[in-house]
Design a protein around this ligand. Structure first.
Ligand SMILES: [Zn+2]
Length: 128
């Protein structure tokens, strides 16, 4: 423990609004029209650099789910939650997915960083 090993993400990603830690790829967004009690949230298939809290049963708009809260691994703010299990068959697709509240994350729009063509040295085979 002690040192944080943060996963870097390649491409457009969402970051923690408070500490700028990369959390999820824009490509991993399943739904941007997700609503929770605090407002708009995004549903992700995968997130990184988070820690999860205790499992608990929670009654939500879409029924009762077993969820775990999700926290930023660097600054510790709560970001949302993850679905561990759903009691309703129609909600099963959410299992293993992550909900991040929109206002807690920041969308980063990175420009395509074009490698200066021709400048990256192609390593010569070295058989010595
Ligand atoms: Zn953070």
């Amino acid at each position: 423990m002690g040192r944080l090993f943060l996963v870097e993400l390649e491409g457009r990603c969402y970051r923690c609004r408070f500490c700028d830690t990369p959390l999820a790829l824009a490509d991993d967004v399943i739904s941007r029209t997700f609503n929770c009690r605090q407002g708009r949230a995004y549903l992700f298939s995968n997130v990184v650099n988070v820690t999860v809290g205790m499992k608990e049963e929670r009654v939500m708009l879409s029924g009762t789910h077993t969820v775990e809260d999700v926290f930023c691994c660097r600054c510790g703010q709560i970001l949302g939650w993850t679905y561990v299990a759903s009691h309703d068959k129609s909600q099963k697709y959410k299992e293993g997915k992550f909900v991040l509240e929109r206002w807690r994350i920041a969308e980063e729009v990175t420009e395509e960083l074009s490698l200066n063509g021709g400048h990256h040295a192609s390593s010569d085979p070295d058989n010595s």
